[in-house]
Ligand binder design. Structure first.
Ligand code: PGA
Length: 251
């Protein structure tokens, strides 16, 4: 039985004051609720320390939005897995489509980052997803197969079982256009069957596969009730405590 994981990707939003407000708001909104999901917030690097202190003793866990390929040294602007671990992160998003699009991240780079994260004992949230053009060309399944195979290359079954895959159709990110529950479920089935053929059905059965792309309070329930959708990676709607809490409690 897979536990659902709801992660909020804050992207480049919230300074320290805003971080304090949002985390305190989320704690208040979740107080006294019995939850059926793991809750993760992924603030920008500059807010991780503040977030770590504020979430202490709460159900909220911490993730980062990216990580360096390297452990330390002359890599200006980069942040290592060890640094993320020391600031209390459990999760790291790797290969978000915005990293693929604006920072040239390829399946190979994302694969190396996932390996770094796993070697450091953290959990990668590895993103895959087709563009609108790819969906219109009817090559979604091929794209998802190539991406899933590429990002998981060389990982052991045990490492894959510890990883989270986020299916995020690029056309649904920040656009208000959500994949229908059928489209999302179908993509998750494809990803899970790729993992089954690369590893085994038993391994595939253990992997948490999140959906991301305009998840909101009013569509969370129907998406999250699909058999292969094991959580959500939420952008816009995680920036308001009440709307993120409604997505979490929809599980
Ligand atoms: P969105 O972003 O919820 O704003 O569409 C999702 C994401 O990019 O992870």
């Amino acid at each position: 039985m897979r536990t659902k994981v709801i992660a909020g990707n804050w992207k480049m939003n919230n300074d320290i004051t805003q971080t304090t407000e949002l985390i305190n708001g989320l704690k208040a909104a979740l107080a006294g609720k019995s939850l059926n999901a793991t809750v993760v917030v992924c603030p920008p690097f500059t807010s991780l320390g503040t977030a770590q202190q504020l979430i202490a003793g709460s159900v909220i866990t911490l993730g980062a939005q990216d990580v360096s390929l390297y452990d330390s040294g002359a890599y200006t602007g980069e942040v290592s897995v060890g640094m993320l671990k020391a600031v209390g992160c459990t999760y790291v998003i790797v290969g978000h489509s915005e990293r693929r699009q604006y920072h040239g991240e390829t399946n190979e780079i994302i694969n190396q980052k996932a390996k770094k994260v796993l070697a450091g004992g953290l959990i990668p949230i590895i993103c895959v997803g087709e563009t609108l053009q790819e969906r219109e060309q009817n090559i979604t399944d091929t794209v998802l197969t190539t991406q899933t195979t590429g990002v998981l290359a060389g990982l052991t079954a045990e490492q894959v079982e510890r990883s989270i895959i986020a299916y995020e159709p690029v056309w649904a990110i920040g656009t208000g256009k959500t994949a229908t529950k059928e489209q999302a479920e179908q993509a998750h089935v494809v990803i899970r069957s790729v993992i089954a053929s690369l590893y085994s059905p038993a391994t595939a059965d253990k992997v948490v596969i999140q959906y991301g792309g305009s998840v909101k309070a009013d569509n969370a329930k129907e998406l999250l009730s699909q058999p292969n959708i094991d959580g959500a990676l939420v952008g816009g709607a995680c920036l308001k405590a009440d709307s993120f809490a409604s997505i979490i409690t929809a599980v």
